[in-house]
Design a protein around this ligand. Sequence first.
Ligand SMILES: [Zn+2]
Length: 229
Amino acid sequence: MEFKPYYMPNSESKYLALRKSWAFCAIAIISSCATKPPLETGTFTPSELVELQRLDPTIQLDIRYATPHNFMGRPLYPQARAFLQRPAAEALAQVNADLKPLGYRLLVFDGYRPWRITKMMWDSTPPEKREFVADPRKGSRHNRGCAVDLTLCDLATGREIEMPGTYDEMSPRSYIAYAGGTAAQREARDLLRRLMETHGFTVLPAEWWHYDYKDWKSYPIQNVPFEKL
Ligand SMILES: [Zn+2]
């Protein structure tokens, strides 16, 4: 077959150009959908993200996504900070106060998470493990500033209390109903759950460390980076 690089009938050339421009538009539309938070309709409560340590400096932080010690293996946040919407942050401070007479306080791994970080996590997680990450097409309750990942630590030493599984572990040990582990580990997990529920939070069945605040539906998905808060 003879290859004629410089010959192309005019109509065919226009047809190909049109096809190329449509392909370009389609790629542009798909990529813009994929890099922006989902559009939400309706009215929302204005966001008031509060920095947890400003509200209650005795809440301890271990912001894993600001370090390489997370399931992604690299830092995703430029700053080790935690924010929640004001009512959720105030409720969390009450949980922390309730824990002190018991010899514990809260250790927070994550709070508000900009949407683009949720998207990065989803894209990097194999399909069979996606029950442990939020679908960016729906957004995460972390994106609304109404979800918190946390555990207990010792009030005096700050040492993390052992739970039946570790944070962000993608295994059945993460289920709130997991019956394995030691009795002490299960008691610690269940104490955290009891106090969080008392103050308006609900645990995610697949993740003992993840809690949603009751008003999460009334806040919009956000993509504001930590540096701008
Ligand atoms: Zn979470």
